[in-house]
Design a protein around this ligand. Structure first.
Ligand code: SIN
Ligand code: MN
Length: 223
């Protein structure tokens, strides 16, 4: 990807939300895309998520460590296979991201155990929601790869305005924690024509969120 004419700088669009454009170097982007391709393979590969109302989400997803299903974490993927492990190197990357956002003290105890990989084919989107199925308030680390998107950063009170729209590009880091850990957020659209072929994605967008479930190493969470 060619570098933008005017480099975009680090921003804190809300308290506890840190956006670092271009945080991932091209080689790191390509490595993550290669890893996503591996994780996407069956068993326990990329799958649609069925919603309780009968619909399906427009993104396709693969979970590592724990499987997120609306609205809890379980150990089994939608195809019945055991969820793929959460790799140690991804946890290290999450800790580096938290260090980048909040400094080394915040990252000291940050021990993520789950990652959700969402693939946005052209036209996919994600409605405003909170990440609130975790039992901790540890920060969420979000990495974007491929096509850029409009990321809607709402408020912590209601699923609606006020919100602000940010653009997330391939390689961008977004961390939300502290007072914004339970902020409403969503992706109204990806931006056609912004692919990052050097990262290995000719079209579509990948988003990886790294999280701490707070569930420990034991049984399935929730009911
Ligand atoms: C999510 O909220 O799980 C995904 C956000 C994104 O795709 O940037
Ligand atoms: Mn989310």
């Amino acid at each position: 990807m060619t570098e933008p004419l005017i480099p975009r700088g680090r921003a804190e669009p809300a308290p506890g939300v840190v956006h670092v454009p271009g945080w991932l170097e091209p080689e790191a982007r390509a490595r993550l895309v290669r890893a996503c391709r591996e994780w996407a393979r069956p068993p326990a590969g990329l799958a649609v998520t069925r919603l309780p109302g009968g619909g399906v989400m427009s993104v396709r997803s693969v979970s590592l460590g724990w499987q997120w299903v609306p609205y809890r974490y379980v150990r089994t993927a939608p195809d019945g296979a055991p969820v793929k492990p959460f790799p140690g190197w991804l946890g290290d990357l999450g800790r580096r991201a938290v260090t980048e956002a909040y400094g080394p003290a915040a990252a000291h105890d940050y021990a993520p155990d789950v990652a959700l990989v969402n693939f946005y084919a052209p036209g996919a989107h994600m409605a405003l929601h909170q990440d609130k199925d975790e039992l901790t308030d540890a920060p969420v680390v979000s990495l974007s790869l491929g096509e850029a998107c409009l990321f809607r950063l709402g408020n912590t009170e209601i699923r609606g305005r006020p919100w602000q729209d940010l653009r997330l590009d391939s390689g961008d880091l977004l961390v939300f924690g502290g007072p914004s850990r339970f902020v409403y957020h969503g992706v109204p659209k990806t931006l056609a024509g912004t692919a990052d072929p050097a990262a290995g994605l000719r079209e579509g967008r990948l988003n990886i969120t790294i999280r701490v479930t707070g569930l420990g190493g034991g049984r399935d969470g929730g009911g």
